[in-house]
Design a protein around this ligand. Structure first.
Ligand code: NDP
Length: 609
């Protein structure tokens, strides 16, 4: 079916200077001087049961003492994709090691009611052509995704060897044996030739450091550790019946909260939704997979679809290119394409192109604000829920049930933007805008540590390379890599995630290509009979230099955005920005890496026997 451009308010009805001023005013209202330091690491002291796995019991086992080829740190998408490519290289002596009780990563831990992927599942779920699996609908439920994670591990033969409920506590390079000594909280001592750090991006829940948080006597939990024993219901059947006599507050209105709120609204006696910044929430058609469409798919369809999605979300559609995704992620590119088409594809400078795109952005955001007013009965609540920032300052969302929840008599929106967050917590509840609200339960949908210091996110006490150097010191100023996957001084160690590579709109595709590249280097190292591979200092420096030279300057856009994890809470010159990416783009980066691999000289690397 042809995906048409959306109907948005006409440009002449939009006062762009006034909207720009409003965007700045709303950003300034929320900008906090301490930036990311406003968050504290989640710990068992504040939120009970954080360290324990609420989903699966821990199974006792004897400590392992063994030598393996590769330790893959993580069994989420990063670890799964690395393992898939290791298996394809014919390497089988490896283990995924994870604190969770199964494969899945975020999809293992996050089991809050309503959890669904809000990216097109036919792009997001990787390896669909290799496994023959098709998601049951456009936006998969969390359980379907977690089940598919396990299915991949079983299909490609690495499920059995995984070590779950195992926290890596130390990683120390032993020069004498040219292996990594992997220590764990289960007393294991694993001597791994190679380690792949696939620790995840949304693995570490975070908490706002609210004054008095320790004094609250009621129940508290983070959405990534949903406590069904308290709320009632289960992951499979989220009927939260135990909340019928409870006053509940949820902090946050991001991707997680907007999915959980409709369920809480249905079951809780009273629900307070505490909002600092509203999300953009579009409608969410979620049709089941059409069997006729499935039958019509030709080999190569998934890569084509992922490419189409990536161009729409992060670049632009080419003339005549259909929008295969057709949702809030692709709307601006689609509308832009239609406009350029109507104008006969004029030659535009980059500045003209971006200027045109900006106007379309304002029009789309205006459409989304009008949507709020159409659905919400109470004008004051509607006004507070309108997002005032540019598209992609925050993750665009969709839900058919979030806004209607505010029309229920038991649901109240508490806008805490004036105080840049919740003012305080007390024994009985929380304080907002000078008023105390008594609650029985406080749920934190407050997100994850995405760009904080690396040791907080990896959660491994000791990571020591050559000469006992800690990677946390080595990267104190941010990552230094060759191709975003290796660093000098840390032989046989590889990284999957957002370091210094290229970003793709489908994170699983990005992790997959990183896994492919890493598995290639490991395979070559083993084939050539070497014990260690390391990027030379010159190789790394040359790549870092080129990366920085080509890196686009996003600061003008990001500085104007409302704070959040997309722009490092408004911090300037951040070390660990999420969207630092190879300037010439995804395809250019993949071509460069493929040529590098095909050449076969492992340029920039040094092998050791
Ligand atoms: P987010 O970081 O997106 O949202 C956190 C929320 O907590 C924000 O609304 C934030 O407000 C609010 N908050 C933080 N501190 C305070 C405070 N002191 N007072 C009041 N409010 C506060 O986390 P999510 O878990 O919602 O989502 C994280 C990411 O996880 C998503 O962007 C997405 O990548 C992924 N995800 C994907 C899903 C999917 O595909 N369906 C589902 C869920 C998550 P503010 O905006 O003002 O900072």
């Amino acid at each position: 079916m042809n995906c048409l451009p959306t109907k948005c308010p006409e440009p002449e009805t939009i006062d762009i200077p006034a909207i720009r001023a409003k965007y700045r005013q709303e950003r300034d209202k929320r900008l906090r001087e301490e930036g990311q330091a406003q968050y504290v690491k989640l710990s068992g002291d504040v939120v009970e049961n954080y360290a324990a796995d609420p989903h699966q019991p821990l199974i006792e086992r004897e400590p392992l003492h063994e030598e393996i080829d590769v330790a893959v740190l993580g069994a989420g998408w990063g670890g799964i994709m690395a393992s898939y490519y290791l298996a394809k290289q014919g390497i089988s002596n490896f283990r995924n090691i994870d604190t969770a009780g199964d494969f899945g990563g975020v999809w293992y831990w996050n089991r809050y009611p309503g959890i669904q992927c809000d990216n097109d599942a036919y792009c997001y779920l990787p390896l669909l052509e290799e496994t023959g699996f098709l998601p049951s609908k456009k936006f998969s439920d969390g359980a379907e995704i977690q089940g598919y994670c396990r299915q991949i591990a079983e299909t490609f033969g690495f499920a059995e060897r995984a070590l779950f409920h195992t926290q890596i506590t130390s990683l120390i390079w032993d020069e004498g044996i040219k292996r990594w000594r992997v220590g764990t909280n289960r007393g294991d001592e694993i001597l791994a030739r190679f380690v792949i750090m696939a620790c995840g991006v949304l693995n570490m829940p975070k908490l706002p450091s609210i004054p008095g948080i320790d004094s609250f006597k009621g129940k508290m939990f983070h959405t990534a550790r949903w406590d069904f024993s308290y709320t009632g219901g289960s992951y499979a059947k989220p009927e939260l019946t135990k909340l019928a006599d409870k006053r509940v507050a949820i902090i946050g209105t991001g991707a997680t909260a907007i999915q959980a709120v409709p369920h809480l609204a249905k079951y809780a006696k009273q629900l307070y939704v505490i909002q600092r910044t509203p999300s953009t929430v579009d409608e969410r058609p979620n049709p089941p997979t059409d069997p006729d469409w499935a039958k019509s798919l030709q080999p190569g369809w998934q890569a084509e679809r992922q490419g189409n999605f990536h161009r729409a979300a992060m670049e632009a559609f080419a003339p005549g290119e259909p929008d295969l995704i057709c949702d809030i992620w692709t709307e601006i590119a689609r509308n832009m394409q239609a406009e350029l088409e109507a104008e006969g594809w004029p030659q535009l400078t980059m500045e003209q192109f971006l200027g045109k795109r900006e106007v379309i952005d304002y029009r789309v955001m205006e459409r989304l604000r009008e949507r709020v007013a159409q659905i919400i009965d109470d004008p004051e609540t509607a006004e507070a829920l309108k997002p005032w920032y540019r598209h992609l300052c925050k993750r665009p969302l969709s839900s058919n049930d979030f806004y209607p929840a505010f029309n229920r008599p038991n649901v109240t929106l508490i806008d805490v933007s004036a105080t840049k967050g919740v003012e305080a917590m007390t024994e009985k509840g929380f304080i907002a805008n000078g008023q105390e609200y008594e609650v029985d339960c406080m749920i934190f949908a407050s997100g994850f540590e995405v760009t904080s210091e690396l040791e907080r996110r990896w959660g491994i006490d000791t990571v020591q390379g050559r000469g006992g150097v800690s990677i946390y010191d080595h990267w104190r100023g941010g990552p230094l890599t060759l191709h975003g996957t290796m660093t000098h001084g840390f032989p046989n160690q590889f990284y999957i995630g957002y370091y210094q590579g290229a970003a793709n709109a489908s994170v699983t595709e990005q992790f997959g290509k990183q896994g492919l590249h890493i598995a290639h280097i490991i395979g070559e190292t083993l084939k050539r009979g070497a014990k260690a591979v390391e990027t030379t200092k010159e190789g790394m420096d040359a790549y870092v230099h080129r990366f920085l030279e080509l890196e686009p300057d996003m600061s003008a856009f990001q500085d104007e955005c409302t704070p959040g994890y997309f722009n490092n809470e408004g911090e300037k010159k951040p070390k660990w920005a999420l969207f630092r990416s190879w300037g010439p783009g995804w395809s250019d980066f993949q071509t460069m890496l493929k040529e590098w691999r095909d050449k076969g000289d492992l340029h920039g690397l040094k092998l050791e026997d």
